[in-house]
Design a protein. Structure first.
Length: 152
């Protein structure tokens, strides 16, 4: 019989299970970010105790490994000082005629819809070091961003 027609079992057709990818670079966090990570670890540990389904246990353990790693590697950054955009700064700017305000935070704390942008995002990287009144290049356009205000 041809190998193409044999079937060992359903397991060989399942998608492989991978670890959750850890963002590259340092794990910079705000004080709030560190608290959010600790809360996530506690919630997953509590959830693990009440599970009996093996697949659900594996999924929660995988998530727990990710968050424990993020907790162990977290580097709490001090609040920003000065007038230049830095990690933790809240920045008001104009891009494409639209005014926006974002706060630069760690990768795990990021929520763009809530105005929390990861420090590793291209927009954040473009803003680093800028001060109110500066024009910053972005997306291949000179002066695409006008920095309106920088707060700590």
């Amino acid at each position: 019989m041809s190998v193409a027609f044999r079937r060992e079992g359903d397991d060989e057709h399942l998608e492989p299970k991978f670890e959750l990818p850890i963002p590259p670079g340092p794990n910079l966090v705000t004080e709030r970010g560190l608290l959010l990570i600790a809360a996530r670890v506690a919630a997953l540990e509590a959830q693990l105790g009440g599970l009996s389904d093996e697949d659900a246990i594996k999924k929660v353990r995988r998530d727990l490994r990710y968050w424990l790693t993020r907790q162990a590697t977290a580097q709490v950054m001090p609040p920003p000082a000065g007038t230049a955009v830095a990690f933790g700064s809240t920045v008001s700017f104009r891009l494409g005629g639209k005014a926006r305000t974002i706060t630069l935070v760690g990768d795990d704390e990021a929520d763009p819809a809530a105005g929390l942008l990861a420090f590793s995002a291209p927009l954040s990287r473009a803003l680093f070091g800028a001060e109110a009144g500066d024009e910053v290049d972005f997306g291949g356009k000179e002066g695409a961003i006008e920095v309106l205000d920088v707060r700590s």
